[in-house]
Design a protein around this ligand. Structure first.
Ligand SMILES: [Zn+2]
Length: 431
C-alpha cells in the first residue's frame, strides 16, 4: 500500500473523517464560491446545518452544466495566482469544461494515483508505458505523475503511433500498460498483425484501463491476449481526473478513495438518495478540493456501491462495475438498452471479433442494429456460415435484451479503430 494508514482505515474511522471534512468543506465553499453561497441561501440552509453525513442530502446538486455556465474560472475558491494547473474536457457542443488545481490539489491527485497503482499491484520497480493522451485531457499527466510519485519508471508514449507502442513494449520490456481498454484491445490485435507474440515478446504484468466503460468479456480478451491482470480505473476530470477509484488485485469492485470523496447513490429521475446496495447514479462530494470545490456532483454513471470489507484489507467502499452512463442509454422499441449489455452478449459468442458498432437510426428505432466484426480465425475457417452466424447473434441478443436485433457481419478489420475512447454507438439522428 502506498499510504497504509489511510488505506487500512476502518469504515467507521473513514466515516468520522468524512464527517469532519464535509463540515469544513461546506463552510469553505460557502465562504469562497458565490455559486454555493447563493444556492445555500436560496435553499434556506446554512453551512452550520450540515453536521452529520446524512445531512449532505440537504445540499443542492452540482452538474456539468454548472461548470459550463461559470466558464472559465467561475467556481474558483482561490485567487488565480494560486492555480498551478488547468485541464479541460472537450465539449461536444461549444465551450469545454475547465478544471483547475492548486499545488495542494495536485499533490492530492498524484497521491491518489500512486495509491491506485499500488492497489493494482504496481511497485517502484515497474516500467509504466503510458499511452493515455498527454494534454488538456487528465489521463496522460494523471497516470504520469502518479507513477513517478510511486517511484516507477514512466515511458510517456501518449496516444497513437501503434507500431512504436509495440516496439517500445518489446524493447523497453514495459511491465505496466496504461491506456483505454479499447486501445489495449486494439494493441493485442495489432501485435499479432505486426508479428509479435505478446506472451513471449512482451513483459507486461498489469494493465491500468479507464476513461470508458468496458465489459468483463473485453477484460478477459485483454488479459488473455496480453498475459496481464487488467484493472479498471475510475475518474473524471471534474474530480481531479483518473484515480477516484481503483480495482485492487481482488478484481472485485473499485475502491473509492473515501478520505477524499464522499459517494452517494441516487435515483437519477427523482434525485432521491437510495439505500445502500441499490443501483443508481453516483454522486460525489470532494472533501478537500481547494481550487474548485464540488459538492454533490452528479456523474451520470450508474452503479452499485458495496460497503463490505474487501479481501485486500481495505474498507474504502467499492463501486461494483459501472454498467453505463445514463446518457449512453438507448431506448429501442420502448426498452432501455445499455451498449455494455450488447457488448456482454456479443463477446460471449465464439467467433465474434473485438470490434462492434451499434447504429441508431430514427427511421428504424424499434430495431437494434449492430455491425459486428468476425474473428479472423473463424472468418477463414470452413465452419463459417455468415447467415447462420448472424442469426445466432440475433437470437442471443433478443434473449437478453428482449428486443429484435439486426446484425450486420463485417470482415475482420472493417470497422474503424480508435486510439483513445472507442466509438461504440453511431447515432445517425445527430447527423
Ligand atoms: Zn480490495
Amino acid at each position: 500500500m502506498f499510504e497504509p494508514d489511510i488505506e487500512k482505515m476502518s469504515l467507521s474511522d473513514i466515516r468520522e473523517l468524512q464527517r469532519e471534512r464535509l463540515a469544513k468543506m461546506v463552510k469553505y465553499s460557502y465562504e469562497n464560491v458565490p455559486m454555493y453561497k447563493k444556492r445555500f441561501d436560496d435553499a434556506g440552509i446554512s453551512p452550520d446545518s450540515i453536521k452529520s453525513l446524512d445531512d449532505v442530502s440537504k445540499i443542492p446538486f452540482a452538474v456539468k452544466d454548472d461548470l459550463r455556465q461559470h466558464y472559465p474560472y467561475g467556481i474558483l475558491a482561490v485567487p488565480l495566482e494560486r492555480i498551478v494547473r488547468l485541464h479541460a474536457s472537450s465539449g461536444t457542443t461549444g465551450k469545454p469544461t475547465v478544471v483547475t488545481y492548486t499545488q495542494k490539489d495536485m499533490d492530492t491527485w498524484n497521491r491518489l494515483m500512486a495509491r491506485s497503482y499500488a492497489a493494482a499491484g504496481v511497485t517502484s520497480g515497474d516500467i509504466v508505458q503510458n499511452a493515455y493522451g498527454y494534454g488538456l485531457f487528465t489521463g496522460g499527466l494523471g497516470f504520469h505523475y502518479g507513477a513517478e510519485l510511486l517511484g516507477a519508471m514512466v515511458i510517456p508514449t501518449s496516444t497513437g503511433n501503434t507500431k512504436k507502442q509495440l516496439m517500445m513494449l518489446k524493447d523497453m520490456q514495459s511491465t505496466v500498460l496504461a491506456c483505454t481498454p479499447s486501445y489495449a484491445l486494439y494493441l493485442t490485435e495489432a501485435a499479432a498483425n505486426e508479428g509479435y507474440d505478446p506472451l513471449n515478446d512482451f513483459n507486461l504484468k498489469v494493465g491500468m484501463f479507464g476513461a470508458e466503460p468496458w465489459s468483463d468479456e473485453v477484460r478477459k480478451r485483454i488479459q488473455e491476449g496480453l498475459g496481464i491482470r487488467a484493472h479498471d480505473v475510475f475518474g473524471m476530470s471534474e474530480l481531479y481526473g483518473p484515480g477516484v477509484a481503483i480495482e485492487c488485485t481482488e478484481q472485485n469492485g473499485l475502491h473509492i478513495w473515501s478520505d477524499e470523496f464522499l459517494v452517494e447513490t441516487i435515483d437519477p429521475e427523482t434525485g432521491e438518495v437510495l439505500p445502500e446496495g441499490e443501483r443508481g447514479e453516483l454522486v460525489f462530494t470532494m472533501l478537500t478540493r481547494e481550487a474548485m470545490p464540488l459538492l454533490r456532483y452528479r456523474t451520470r454513471d450508474l452503479a452499485v456501491v458495496n460497503y463490505e470489507e474487501c479481501g485486500c484489507g481495505r474498507c474504502h467502499p467499492r463501486i461494483m462495475r459501472i454498467r453505463g452512463r445514463s446518457d449512453d442509454m438507448l431506448i429501442v422499441g420502448g426498452v432501455n438498452v445499455f451498449p455494455s449489455q450488447i457488448e456482454h452478449v456479443l463477446m460471449n459468442i465464439d467467433g465474434v471479433g473485438d470490434q462492434y458498432l451499434i447504429v441508431v437510426d430514427r427511421a428504424i428505432l424499434d430495431v437494434l442494429q449492430v455491425r459486428v466484426e468476425v474473428a479472423p480465425d473463424f472468418f477463414k475457417s470452413a465452419d463459417y456460415d455468415a447467415a447462420r452466424f448472424a442469426k445466432l447473434m440475433e437470437s442471443e441478443l433478443q434473449a437478453v435484451l428482449t428486443i429484435r436485433a439486426r446484425v450486420e457481419l463485417m470482415e475482420p478489420g472493417a470497422l474503424p479503430r480508435s486510439e483513445g475512447k472507442a466509438q461504440r454507438v453511431l447515432d445517425l439522428r445527430k447527423q
